[in-house]
Design a binder for this molecule. Structure first.
Ligand code: FAD
Length: 396
């Protein structure tokens, strides 16, 4: 889905939106599609810093290595809490019915200290029901927002990083790093970057944008949300994308699309890998390795020669799978690219859902940074978006 190409001057002077959405991850797509179902005449725009939809649950479409599309963030998602949540349950049923997702019946094994494979263990990413996008994870976001021609009703602005927020005369005026300006009656922020102190360094600014727009002591709930976020921090991660050679196969002729290996704590400490996801596509097997090990992440930042670092990663992979009955070792000449996530998942203090919407300032928030069983996961993003849509009922 390409961004609409507006000339800035035209856009700046003529368009005031009913609603602007900052972010193009799964929470934004769920929110936009549900909101437009009952507000089809509203003029809305979605503004995303990246080149496409999906955010942290997207897919790397490699330019360097043609034909590879690997899910580099969340490879799938799990719903731990659907039984007691009718709204979430029925949305998941809707996604299943539309064939945007399917039950993930891929094999998942936990490797223990002796490199034995076990099939039972608990993990936040694994409990409850697991689902897969029928295509890539990026396609899931595109399908959600593309359904029923909803995307034709939205103006998309990609590669547009918002750095400044203003609320004047009951209207939001938000500005991008390139100087583009957007105006709207309501604002939705699906990322908390513009509310969090990490924005100071990332955006090279001297005040948190939401704090600047709504100064202290103007509104209790805005003050509270910012206070909660002072205690929220983020888990950094590195992802290694291994583009295997064309004759790379499994030892055991496994045929499902995905295969997951999770490392138990002691093994994770030793190998510094968190989980390894084999992704089968067009008769090739791509391998995605996640790590949240701080030493490994730091050593990558300090690495003078990326090739040596990459060689070490494939050597570690081979050590881990040496003698494994399912997985073949790497030959050492595979192509490997690296993705660094400064903030892969929120951790620490979750924000209460009661602070999601502020009527006075016409601003709403959703994403995986809100409280609930899905905190830090796609489940939380979907649930908070559905809840936010219901808070918009009866507003004009
Ligand atoms: C490596 C990794 C592995 C993961 N594994 C799993 C898993 O197995 N299961 C699971 O459930 N979850 C997993 N997660 C977490 C999951 O990806 C997130 O919970 C989910 O994708 C969050 O979606 P979101 O829409 O709330 O936020 P995001 O996907 O972060 O969307 C927010 C969007 O806003 C954009 N944005 C931010 N600030 C601005 C700005 N100022 N201007 C313009 N645009 C802006 C960002 O570019 C981003 O695209 C993983 C995450 C990572 C990184």
């Amino acid at each position: 889905m390409k961004g609409k190409q507006y000339h800035f001057e035209l856009m700046k002077s003529k368009i005031t939106y009913d609603l602007l959405i900052i972010g193009g991850g799964i929470s934004a797509c769920v929110f936009a599609s549900k909101y437009l179902q009952s507000n089809s005449r509203k003029k809305i725009a979605l503004i995303e810093a990246g080149r496409g939809l999906g955010g942290r649950s997207s897919t790397r479409i490699s330019k360097r290595f043609e034909g590879w599309e690997l899910n580099h963030g969340a490879p799938n998602f799990n719903i731990s809490n659907s039984k007691n949540n009718l709204q979430l349950n029925s949305y998941i049923d809707e996604l299943l019915e539309k064939k945007f997702i399917k039950i993930d019946d891929s094999d998942l094994v936990f490797l223990d200290e002796k490199l034995n494979m076990e099939s039972i263990e608990n993990s936040d990413f694994f409990c409850g029901n697991r689902y897969l996008s029928l295509n890539t994870m990026r396609q899931l976001s595109e399908n959600i927002i593309g359904f029923n021609k909803i995307k034709d009703k939205i103006d998309f602005y990609f590669e547009t990083l918002i750095v400044d927020l203003k609320f004047n005369n009951n209207q939001w005026i938000i500005s991008s790093q390139n100087g583009d300006e957007f105006k709207s009656k309501y604002l939705i922020s699906t990322s908390n970057l513009l509310l969090h102190k990490r924005s100071l360094e990332i955006l090279n600014i001297n005040q948190i944008p939401l704090r600047k727009a709504i100064p202290l002591n103007n509104d209790k709930s805005i003050d509270l949300i910012l206070k909660f976020l002072e205690k929220q921090y983020f888990i950094p991660r590195l992802t290694f994308l291994i583009y295997t050679n064309k004759n790379y196969t499994y030892k055991d002729f496994y045929s499902k699309q995905y295969r997951y290996f999770y490392l138990k704590r002691n093994l994770e400490n030793k190998y510094r890998f968190e989980r390894i996801i084999f992704q089968q596509q067009n008769k090739k097997i791509g391998i995605v390795v996640h790590t949240k090990n701080t030493d490994l992440i730091n050593s990558y930042s300090k690495a003078k020669d990326e090739n040596i670092f990459i060689k070490n990663i494939s050597a570690k992979f081979n050590q881990l799978f040496d003698g494994n009955t399912s997985v073949n070792l790497l030959s050492g000449d595979e192509k490997i690219s690296i993705m660094k996530w400064r903030a892969s998942q929120p951790s620490g203090c979750a924000v209460p859902l009661s602070l999601q919407f502020n009527r006075k300032y016409r601003i709403g928030f959703c994403g995986d940074w809100f409280e609930g069983r899905g905190f830090g996961r796609i489940e939380g993003s979907i649930m908070s978006s559905l809840k936010l849509v219901s808070k918009f009922k009866n507003l004009n």
